[in-house]
Design a protein around this ligand. Sequence first.
Ligand code: NAP
Length: 303
Amino acid sequence: MPSGRGKGTGVLGIIGYPIEHSLSPVMHNAAFDYLGMEYRYLAFSVPPEALAEAVAGIRGLGLVGVNVTVPHKEKIIPLLDDLSLEARLIGAVNTVQRRENRLIGHNTDGRGFVASLRKRVKRPLRGSSVLILGAGGAARGVATQLLLEGVGRLTVTNRTPERAGELAGCLRKVKEDSVCVEIRTVRWASEGLAQALGETDFLINATSVGMLPRGDETPLLRTYLEALPKTAVVADLVYNPLRTRLLRESAEMGLEVVSGLGMLVEQAVLAWEVWFGREAPGKVMQEAAAAHLDCGEAGSITP
Ligand code: NAP
């Protein structure tokens, strides 16, 4: 159990801007209720100019820890005392642990994605060929972890090609200790993309395309999806809606699909374990999150 707080309710939270739609309070408070723990998890709306004061507040108020989301994941780093290996490699923090009065930054996004995939898909990641759509913060976390898992080829494509190039450059630095053989970029919506899809085992959408309120959009038209091998797995990081258009169309073509809800839950489970050093009630957290989402067809898609 975390130390350094007086008797009474232990407080955790998430800092971001905007933060109103975060599902983290729902998941963590459900876990506390289930285990009868005297802790509460709150959403703190922290605009960029208030980040340093908010971090001082973690120490001053004796919070157990916080999650960190957009736009603070990178900016918070210089305000912390130390970083885990993953946070250092990814260059972003989504979980802060207060240990005595030291603040340690972790990143559970990439490991959360891989844990979610492992629970739902039998196919091994090691040696596989992965294509990532997007080059933002989530793509960086997931791609870094995939390299650590030993994927064989990582292809990045992004609407803004310069960002894909930057991400590939960062990933090549991580690559040294892994068995990855190739990191490359291809042009968004190009003939090169269609060719790369033809040799893809795992297609991962790490863009925000398809997210509500624009749930009718897809990052990859059907004509591109048709280039995938029939054995490919399609994973979406977007979890709202649970059944994105990308996943619906992929499933219609007989491809195996994985929604973003699993990653959302697993990154929260891993954060919990950083704070409390014990196993989190993942099933309770998943049910709480799913109940708040557009889950009409949750049973027919692996969440
Ligand atoms: P971000 O840093 O803002 O990156 C957004 C990415 O989406 C960029 O690659 C951007 O391309 C691309 N994009 C945005 N609009 C586009 C469009 N109309 N067409 C093509 N590409 C477009 O965001 P992020 O933090 O990486 O998050 C990305 C998504 O992952 C969000 O939907 C987020 O909710 C989800 N996510 C899910 C989890 C989970 O636990 N399941 C965790 C983290 C994030 P440009 O570079 O060209 O702008």
